[in-house]
Design a protein around this ligand. Sequence first.
Ligand SMILES: Nc1ncnc2c1ncn2[C@@H]1O[C@H](COP(=O)(O)OP(=O)(O)OP(=O)(O)O)[C@@H](O)[C@H]1O
Ligand SMILES: [Mg+2]
Length: 200
Amino acid sequence: MLHLTSLAVHFGDRTLFEGVDLAIGNKDRIGLVGRNGAGKSTLLKIIAGLQKPSGGSVNTPKEYRIGYLPQEMEHEEESTVMEVAMQAFAEVQALETRLEALTKEVAERTDYESDSYADLIQELSDANERLDAIGAASTEEQAHRILQGLGFKITDMTRQMSEFSGGWKMRVELAKLLLMQPDLLLLDEPTNHLDIESIE
Ligand SMILES: Nc1ncnc2c1ncn2[C@@H]1O[C@H](COP(=O)(O)OP(=O)(O)OP(=O)(O)O)[C@@H](O)[C@H]1O
Ligand SMILES: [Mg+2]
């Protein structure tokens, strides 16, 4: 559950919005509708933690991961489709490294009664759980499946980002976000870049 409380944004003496209260539950799908300049992108940036509100607060549970697809963005033109999508698993690699270090530390420690030992065990178990959740199929298989679902052909996987149109590049970024399996996915006008088939 994510909570926005009395969120406000002012630019000088102009108020973009104020008094925004919202709770986003785990299964919620929310569409945000408003005219150009209403503050939709600004609100998403604040929820994503990229911008500070003038007032109010955003409260998220501990370990809550937010995926954010901006309305416009720079792409890594020199990387291939697959390279960009696979960046989603940087976290898996970091987790695996951390898990190794934790396992080693647990094996060497003897202060079984201490709080810090209990914390260590907890962290080890959390890291294991997250790896299980992410690592069902091989990471390459997962990336292929998601990219193909978004309309990429197998032969596209090794092509450079620069060879694709803006809409297709955004799809690669979307694939990366989906592969990261965040708790909350914020998409700023993603349908601008998708055709009807992909939207469905
Ligand atoms: N740093 C800033 N200083 C002053 N005004 C700003 C600043 N950042 C954003 N704004 C203004 O806030 C308003 C909201 O912009 P935002 O991009 O959030 O709107 P939007 O609802 O996403 O619009 P669109 O539908 O065009 O994407 C705009 O009028 C913009 O000019
Ligand atoms: Mg916008």
